[in-house]
Design a binder for this molecule. Structure first.
Ligand code: ZN
Length: 247
């Protein structure tokens, strides 16, 4: 809703500026344009979810276009005082791997004690090159690298809470202890780890934005549209990197 409203107001002011035919009018419209953007403050954090070799071409679970978001994220990070990076970080034979369940293949679904679980190809095994952050990712100001999914029997799409919906990763407490109340989320994949992180951010009381062009989805059986529906219902705001002040 906000992007539609702000798009209208931008057009209105640009047209007004143009019809005035004055440099001053144009200056005014550009001023309004900038003021319309979302400005990250000291209370905002950028959360960069799982931009790892496993999730880009050449990795074990590549997300289509995954590497394309790297320059977008690098640019985005320059306007944030607080940057957090996450890594999917599984044990060998992790419960989320199809190979750990006889008779199952990747992208099947199974029941685990905590509920339904999509089974993935083996990916992001602790300490492997596959689990390393993508080489081109340049986040010199990142203060925290948070690893998740390291309990053998529990997956963790969310950077806040594991899939058993009981075990905390500690991220909410970390952010709150640092006075952060707003998170901007990007990374891989939009419909799994990004979506779950964004919805848990809302549950923990944060204002949450997902930066659409700084994320890519897997889209397994319509999961991307479903994730946006659920995120929107949870109050997650869908924006583009160009909506952020300074980008
Ligand atoms: Zn995983």
């Amino acid at each position: 809703m906000k992007s539609i409203a702000s798009g209208l107001s931008r057009r209105f002011f640009l047209q007004t500026g143009a019809s005035a035919g004055l440099a001053g009018g144009l200056g005014l419209s550009l001023g309004v344009f900038a003021a319309d953007k979302i400005k990250p403050t000291a209370k905002s954090a950028l959360i960069v979810v799982d931009v790892q070799n496993c999730f880009v071409d050449g990795g074990t679970l590549p997300v289509k276009g995954g590497a394309e978001i790297v320059p977008v994220i690098n640019n985005l990070a320059t306007v944030f005082e607080n940057v957090v990076v996450t890594q999917d970080w599984h044990t060998p034979e992790h419960a989320s791997f199809a190979s750990a369940h006889s008779g199952k293949k990747p992208f099947d679904t199974t029941r685990l004690p905590y509920g339904s679980q999509v089974l993935w190809p083996d990916h992001c095994v602790q300490g492997t090159d596959d689990a390393a952050l993508v080489n081109g990712l340049k986040l010199p100001n990142a203060a925290l690298i948070l690893r998740k999914g390291f309990h053998k029997d529990v997956d963790s799409y969310s950077a806040f809470e594991e899939a058993d919906r009981k075990t905390s990763t500690g991220l909410a407490a970390y952010l709150k202890a640092r006075g952060i109340d707003t998170v901007f989320i990007c990374g891989l994949a939009t419909d799994f780890c990004v979506a779950w992180t964004a919805m848990d951010a809302r549950k923990a009381g944060f204002t949450a934005y997902v930066v659409e062009d700084a994320a890519r989805g897997i889209d397994l059986n319509g999961s991307l549209a479903e994730a946006w529906k659920q995120m929107t219902a949870a109050g997650v705001k869908r924006i583009k990197s160009s909506d952020v002040y300074g980008i």
